[in-house]
Design a protein around this ligand. Structure first.
Ligand SMILES: Nc1ncnc2c1ncn2[C@@H]1O[C@H](COP(=O)(O)OP(=O)(O)OP(=O)(O)O)[C@@H](O)[C@H]1O
Ligand SMILES: [Mg+2]
Length: 338
């Protein structure tokens, strides 16, 4: 049995060879502070966010696409893998997606977290490449394709051709930054203290980057900053749009940077075929349009964009098996193997 893992800043997804995606849970671990022991991971731990007593802490162990708290991540990955690996007769090979531009130490942390489960081998492959594969794009041809994977903590943008990444850029900006902006705005404008989960709910419900509607509203519930009592405010799509637009434009600017650095022949292909968006944040209303308006290139959002990375990692498993079977070698030219 081989496994693919997308260790995302907000969600962890697991895939089993020939079965497809088998798990999709929040990248959160809750632990007892006194005993230094994990008490819950995934969606169960997410439900505890912002509600824990002093004795328990619930945290996202990843930030900006990389491991920020290695002691939590190992336990989280192990417990989630245990959920899906019922039989341990054969040690699995694991393909993991990683953001671009990460350091060797950060890569090693991913490998260590997965290896502690007891695996045969870990293959790391860049998110941009697997996102394109998962979106159903042929990355092996001599044709340039552009993909932007817009997640919670990172945005990975790349132009690919002949199975490789020609130009790429990774920025530590994504949906989490929009949530932070909403939290700040609610405090400054309405003296309402809210947590990030509430901000995320608001963003998902009415977030919009082009042509917002004043009539569309969302009830944001929180605590009054002065009185301390529970209170709510109905916010409009128009005001939330203004709050999150700057982050949207930072992502647009990064896409333009990549286009400017792309060799002319490849950029010609991108103009013809357009840009494909993957990652959960690409689902926000108007993002494709915002990018198209600012680049004059057609933009499409992949089908179930949040699953492109995990599905692409899953496809990579099959590719490894093929190469290993046909050559007898364990080395894969497509990815860095550890
Ligand atoms: N329908 C939606 N509308 C707006 N935002 C959404 C929607 N669905 C998901 N998101 C946002 O997309 C982000 C999660 O995307 P994704 O699952 O691709 O990220 P990730 O893989 O966990 O993070 P990263 O790749 O940055 O490490 C979150 O910020 C989430 O709020
Ligand atoms: Mg991701």
């Amino acid at each position: 049995m081989d496994i693919a893992i997308d260790l995302g800043t907000s969600r962890t997804r697991l895939y089993i060879d020939k079965k497809g995606k088998v798990l999709d849970e929040a990248s959160v671990a809750a632990y007892s502070v006194a005993q230094n022991k994990i008490i819950a991971v995934g969606d169960e731990a997410y439900a505890m966010l912002g509600k824990t007593p002093d004795s328990i802490s619930a945290e996202f162990p990843l930030a900006g696409g990389v491991i920020a708290q290695s002691f939590l991540i190992e336990d989280m990955v192990n417990i989630l893998l245990k959920h899906i690996c019922t039989s341990r007769i054969v040690m699995p090979r694991v393909v993991a997606g990683i953001p671009g531009e990460i350091t060797e130490v950060e890569k090693r942390a991913v490998v260590n977290a997965i290896s502690s489960f007891g695996v045969r081998r870990v293959y790391l492959i860049e998110d941009t490449k697997v996102a394109a594969m998962g979106a159903g794009i042929d990355i092996m041809g001599p044709h340039g394709v552009m993909v932007a994977d817009i997640g919670a903590g990172t945005t990975n943008i790349g132009v690919l051709s002949l199975g490789g990444i020609s130009v790429s850029k990774t920025i530590k900006i994504g949906g989490n930054k929009m949530d932070d902006e909403i939290v700040k705005y609610m405090k400054q404008k309405y003296s309402l203290i809210i947590g990030n989960p509430m901000a995320e709910r608001c963003k998902k419900a009415i977030g919009c980057l082009v042509d917002p509607d004043d009539e569309i509203t969302f009830r944001v519930k929180g605590r009054d900053a002065l009185g301390g009592l529970p209170r709510y405010v109905d916010v409009t799509q128009t005001e939330i749009s203004e709050v999150i637009l700057e982050t949207g434009m930072e992502i647009v600017a990064a896409i333009k940077d990549v286009l400017e650095a792309t060799p002319p022949e490849l950029v010609g292909d991108v103009y013809t075929d357009g840009i494909t968006l993957t990652g959960g944040l690409s689902k926000i209303k108007g993002f494709a349009q915002l990018i198209a308006d600012n680049t004059d290139i057609a933009v499409t959002v992949a089908e179930t964009p949040e699953d492109c990375v995990i599905n692409g990692c899953g496809e990579a498993i099959a590719y490894i098996s093929e190469v290993e079977k046909s050559t007898g070698a364990e080395i894969n030219p497509l990815m860095a193997a550890y």
